[in-house]
Design a protein around this ligand. Structure first.
Ligand SMILES: Nc1ncnc2c1ncn2[C@@H]1O[C@H](COP(=O)(O)OP(=O)(O)OP(=O)(O)O)[C@@H](O)[C@H]1O
Ligand SMILES: [Mg+2]
Length: 367
């Protein structure tokens, strides 16, 4: 997959400009607040019409303007495609794919991009929710049906939670509790199998990347943590259901006392270790960044294996906090597909062996 160019008009601070990208590595440099992340955001908008910074169109429109435009030409699914979005203040946006008006769902598969932003650091050191989000977003892209399964799970979870919170005021609520627990166990069993298989793929793909990244010094391992009674998360669905159900029964009273759901796939996590040590507690800033980036690159490889297409890689601010060798790796060894990477220091760019440098000043690419 490839972005040939992106064109913006009144998109945040970006000047009306058409910016072309090379098919390999593109480094976007510039001082703070010059529009580097915004340029990535414009490209990201071509991949499903969503921003990674806001869900409000009004924030994307330049302060003084009534509308903004983002358009671009991309190559995906072996054909050239044109994407156009017009964002209007106070009105519904207009979207076109190949000149034809499109719905958000039709925009979604136009282009696939893997984004790494400073927020992704939370993936390694932050709470489990960030790692579940990563798993769920990636599996939803790869397996049709997973998104619907997750939505079903969340619906049952919300129902059960309401019972556990309100049963004291309204004891009749307790009647359907076991039915909801049973459904939660059934949906958990299906989610657990998907996630266990994804975690295994992620570990296999991320470990060699991280090893190369750290010049052979660090061994990354990723595991999958789920309901404690599930001995084998890849076991047949029935077996997993029985194990989750058993745990639910063990903690039935505790759930009633606590007023919360203590058992199920909503508590799953990915365990990340570097050289056998838990990364969440002990990784340095640079190690956490390296591990998060290895995971993102692994996601790109898994997507490539599955679909035959290499997603576009958007890296916002990954170079800071990496030592010279790791920066070198990012700039020169993550080839194979198109990459857009932002950075502040011109010094980092001198490590770039080939590729294009775009320098930004006041919302404009100047060279
Ligand atoms: N809707 C908008 N209209 C005009 N300007 C905006 C709008 N939204 C954000 N900005 C401005 O854009 C600037 C930030 O741009 P951006 O995040 O792209 O910078 P950056 O080059 O990535 O900076 P850094 O190196 O600090 O990450 C801010 O100064 C902000 O005020
Ligand atoms: Mg930025």
């Amino acid at each position: 997959m490839q972005v040939y160019w992106v064109e913006t008009e009144n998109f945040r601070l970006l000047a009306g400009q058409k910016v072309e990208f090379s098919p390999g590595i593109n480094v976007i440099t510039g001082e703070n607040a010059q529009g580097k992340t915004t340029l990535l955001e414009a490209v990201y908008l071509l991949t499903g019409a969503r921003s990674f910074r806001t869900s409000f169109d009004r924030e994307l429109i330049a302060f003084e303007a009534d509308s903004a435009f983002v358009g671009g030409a991309v190559r995906a699914a072996d054909r050239d495609q044109k994407i156009e979005l017009r964002l209007l203040r106070g009105r519904t946006r207009q979207m076109k794919r190949n000149g034809v008006r499109s719905t958000p769902a039709q925009m979604r598969d136009a282009l696939k991009a893997i984004l790494f932003s400073p927020d992704d650091l939370g993936m390694v050191r932050g709470p489990a929710a960030a790692r579940r989000r990563l798993m769920d977003a990636a599996i939803s892209q790869l397996r049709p049906g997973y998104g619907a399964l997750l939505a079903d799970y969340n619906r049952v979870y919300e129902n059960k939670l309401r019972i556990l919170k309100d049963w004291r005021e309204k004891p009749s609520l307790l009647e359907p509790l076991d039915d909801f627990s049973r459904s939660l166990a059934a949906y958990s069993a299906r989610l657990i199998r998907y996630r266990a298989s994804f975690a295994r793929l992620l570990c296999e793909a991320a470990a060699p990347i991280h090893r190369e990244f750290s010049a052979g010094q660090e061994e990354l391992s990723i595991g999958y943590a789920t309901v404690s009674t599930v001995a084998d998360p890849a076991a047949p669905e029935r077996e997993i259901f029985d194990a989750v159900w058993e745990r639910q029964n063990q903690l039935r009273q505790a759930e009633l006392d606590a007023g919360s759901c203590l058992v199920g796939a909503h508590k799953d996590d990915l365990t990340i270790a570097i050289n056998g040590v838990d990364a969440r507690s002990f990784a340095s800033q640079g190690q956490a960044r390296t591990a998060a980036l290895s995971v993102k690159l692994a996601e790109r490889d898994i997507f490539l294996d599955d679909t035959g297409e290499m997603p576009v890689l958007l890296l916002d601010d990954v170079l800071s906090e990496l030592d010279a060798a790791r920066q070198e790796f990012v700039l020169n060894h993550i080839g194979g597909g198109q990459t857009l990477v932002t950075c502040c220091e011109a010094e980092s760019v001198s490590r770039l062996l080939s590729g294009r440098v775009l320098h930004m000043e006041k919302g404009r690419v100047t060279g």
